[in-house]
Design a protein. Structure first.
Length: 393
């Protein structure tokens, strides 16, 4: 028996559906050849003939209603199944994403908690009391806190201050000492252990070198360098002549400003130059180069307080007594071993201009005034004519 079906599409979208034309129906899956919509089973061949007969009526007779198509399967069942499947997939995806987000959130909370556990310090600490207080000293100025948590600084202990330590503890992996705060009776605080070190009984740091034991470096002294004799002048108020180089060498003589010295050698001490000079007495000594110059210093009167001035009046009209100081005013003066000017045999040396001497005696011989002058610094002891000197105020 041949079965027939009609197109199940909207009559506005398919001409076959609009005409109601019967189409061969081969079972579920049969579709309209025009629009592809599923076919609805209507009837077999016998039913079709009956229907046609029913549709042919005599005039005046009521037309029977056309038989309704019998659907073997709803035309939108496949679409409904697809919708349901899509909804199930969407719901499943939403559930999966929700579970995934919840899992990530839980993991983030766990990581935050773990991080907080690592960073946040514990408030738990236990102090180990010392049987007897220990004395330690601060390496530098350091704060003392009310707890090892370093929450509140209650004092600042200066560098090198000795403190009594009564206990120790460890907080958040760092060692602390419990100390008595100096100058604040009864107050205790906590100081980082790395800021305190042991001390000796005398208060010095253990393991630190003592200043008094430090050995000064040995002086650097050069060899003596001989040179051709050179005339140098004392350019300071006074120049100490020593038996060796250096300010600690023994002083053997003294020269005053303007005195002439003959240098015959040089030597350095720690980079400072010294001259070996010949004394008028024939001996030798050493003078710092800073006190000498190759140019003769000015002997003009100096009014600056503390410096000696020279008398510029006529020496012949000035009275010179025993105990006075004089200076050689001529280019040179003969130093004699007595007051006899008539003999050349009594001249022992010549004194240069500017040499300062002390008068110990005055004698007049044949109208000439003679002065007995001395200078222990220069090794001078003899007589000079008053005409060759000027008094030194």
């Amino acid at each position: 028996m041949l079965r027939k079906g009609r197109c199940s599409n909207n009559v506005d979208k398919c001409s076959l559906a609009a005409s109601g034309k019967l189409l061969p129906y081969a079972g579920i899956g049969s579709i309209c050849p025009e629009c592809g919509a599923p076919l609805a089973l209507v009837a077999s061949d016998d039913a079709t003939d009956t229907t046609r007969e029913a549709e042919t009526v005599m005039p005046g007779q009521r037309r029977r209603a056309a038989p309704q198509p019998v659907y073997e399967e709803e035309p939108s069942r496949g679409l409904e199944i697809a919708k349901i499947a899509a909804i199930v997939v969407i719901i499943a995806g939403g559930v999966f994403l929700g579970l995934r987000m919840m899992d990530n959130h839980n993991k983030g909370n766990q990581e935050t908690v773990a991080s907080n556990e690592t960073v946040a310090p514990s408030n738990d600490y236990q102090v180990e009391d010392f049987a007897e207080p220990q004395m330690l000293k601060t390496l530098a100025s350091t704060p003392a806190y009310d707890t090892p948590a370093e929450g509140k600084a209650i004092a600042t202990i200066g560098e090198g201050v000795a403190v009594d330590v009564t206990g120790q503890t460890t907080y958040n992996g760092k060692n602390y000492y419990r100390v008595s705060i100096p100058y604040k009776q009864g107050m205790i605080g906590y100081v980082a252990a790395e800021q305190l070190v042991p001390v000796n009984q005398d208060g010095s740091l253990i393991g630190q070198p003592q200043i008094e034991d430090a050995t000064p470096p040995a002086p650097v002294i050069s060899d003596v360098t001989e040179q051709a004799p050179a005339i140098l002048y004392v350019n300071s108020d006074k120049a100490n002549i020593r038996e060796g180089v250096g300010p600690t060498a023994k002083k053997i003589a003294e020269a005053l400003k303007g005195d002439t010295l003959t240098a015959s050698a040089t030597r350095t001490l720690d980079g400072k130059l010294w001259y070996r000079v010949t004394l008028p007495s024939g001996g030798e000594g050493w003078v710092s180069a800073t006190l000498l110059s190759s140019q003769k210093p000015s002997m003009e009167p100096v009014k600056t307080s503390g410096l000696k001035t020279y008398e510029t009046g006529d020496a012949s009209k000035v009275t010179i007594n025993s105990g006075s100081n004089v200076v050689i005013s001529s280019e040179s003066a003969n130093l004699r071993n007595d007051s006899n000017a008539s003999s050349a045999d009594n001249i022992v040396s010549k004194l240069d201009k500017g040499t300062v001497l002390k008068v110990s005696d005055v004698k007049v011989v044949d109208g000439t005034t003679w002065l007995h002058v001395q200078s222990k610094a220069l090794g001078v002891d003899g007589w000079v004519s008053k005409a060759t000197v000027k008094p030194l105020n």
